[in-house]
Design a protein around this ligand. Structure first.
Ligand SMILES: Nc1ncnc2c1ncn2[C@@H]1O[C@H](COP(=O)(O)OP(=O)(O)O)[C@@H](O)[C@H]1O
Ligand SMILES: [Mg+2]
Length: 357
């Protein structure tokens, strides 16, 4: 078979907490794409020096597996983030997935919720929780039970059965644990008691149409009757992933996911997590704009969603994502001036989303 004469570099981060792509998945993507493209490499980034080496390779497309990492700084208190999209954009290197602004919303769940809320979409009411601010349950901005999680992690990190707090002592304990473990205040949300879904979204090359592929995620009930997709459940892989059969639910979650994807300014592909409240109304939980795309084994929700909804296999899914990136490069080549002059559509609330609270 004649291979397409392009250089694709698959890039992950060496820190597993920051990477959506494990080493095994990275190598598998490499092996699969090398059947179709003339030059395919893999890079693990641990610091900015590694990014400089990546840039020097000048690939036609970076297949991106992470968003950001802390900057190297002589000041230990400096918590600035280094965004891989920034480095690639500034060197004119094309990459799969969203640009920095949308990735910042993926990374900051409270900022994403603010944008979603201002657009009139449903997300659970929330507040930023800090130790010592309230002295009893009656003073809290929202009634118990609440769901407490770290605002900037992924993969269920910092989320467990203790995230559901039904009394003030449990609230104080979970907020203090998050401050201790992550060095940030906690995100406190209304506890959504209903079923859980995730909607994978994939653009169609050139047409910009979005294919929405919903799945339901079913977790075992814990001893308190809660179903929480925390770190323990995710790593044990005990949750069930099934197709969404109910047409009304399907329509409602697909509409919310597509609206959320657009309003967050996302590009190419992603996954929107959704949970129903007591009344069965879907609420936006968070966006995963670099979702894991490990091979079809039901551990990567994105890969499973493609298979369950479209019978799209792993190889076809990867080729589709690469095609999205490469078709953009062709656009840029043909139409550079015009594209440069048209600003990326950004919701007005994005400008305020990152202002310190
Ligand atoms: N407000 C909430 N109400 C009920 N469950 C929640 C809420 N927020 C999160 N969860 C549960 O915690 C899981 C992980 O939360 P999420 O914000 O998606 O973080 P992660 O980035 O770790 O996936 C969800 O899949 C869901 O099971
Ligand atoms: Mg999630």
């Amino acid at each position: 078979m004649v291979k397409i004469n392009k250089h694709i570099e698959i890039v992950r981060c060496g820190n597993p907490r920051l990477s959506s792509m494990g080493l095994k998945s990275c190598n598998m993507i490499g092996k699969t794409l090398s059947r179709h493209y003339a030059r395919v490499g893999t890079t693990t980034v641990n610091n900015e020096h590694d990014i400089a080496l990546l840039v020097a390779k000048k690939p036609d497309l970076v297949f991106l597996g992470f968003k950001n990492m802390p900057t190297l700084s002589p000041y230990p208190t400096n918590t600035e983030e280094s965004w891989i999209a920034d480095h690639l954009d500034s060197h004119g290197i094309n990459y799969t997935g969203s640009t920095k602004l949308a990735m910042m919303l993926d990374h900051n769940k409270d900022a994403a919720k603010q944008v979603i809320c201002e657009a009139g979409l449903q997300t659970a009411p929330y507040f930023t929780a800090r130790s010592g601010e309230y002295s009893n349950a009656g003073e809290l901005p929202l009634p118990l039970p609440l769901f407490i999680k770290p605002p900037k992690e992924g993969g269920g990190i910092g989320i467990g059965d203790d995230s559901v707090v039904r009394n003030f002592a449990a609230y104080k304990r979970k907020v203090a644990n998050i401050e201790r473990d992550f060095g940030t205040p906690a995100l406190a949300e209304q506890y959504l008691t209903g079923r859980e879904f995730s909607v994978a979204i994939l653009e169609t090359p050139r047409s910009k149409e979005l294919i929405a592929m919903p799945i339901e995620l079913i977790t075992e009930q814990n001893s308190r009757g809660d179903r929480i997709l925390g770190q323990k459940v995710k790593s044990a892989d005990t949750e069930h992933v099934i197709a969404v059969a109910d047409k009304d639910i399907k329509d409602a979650i697909v509409t919310l996911a597509i609206d959320a994807f657009k309003i967050l300014g996302a590009r190419d592909y992603g996954r929107i997590d959704i949970r129903l409240d007591e009344q069965g109304i879907p609420h936006f939980l968070e966006a995963n704009l670099i979702p894991g795309v490990a091979q079809h084994d039901f551990t990567s929700y994105f890969t499973s969603a493609c298979w369950i909804n479209q019978a799209m296999d792993y190889e076809t899914m990867l080729l589709h994502i690469v095609e999205l990136g490469l078709s953009r490069a062709v656009d840029i080549g043909e139409d550079l001036v015009e594209r440069d002059m048209v600003p990326v559509t950004v919701s007005p609330s994005l400008e305020t989303a990152f202002e310190p609270v």
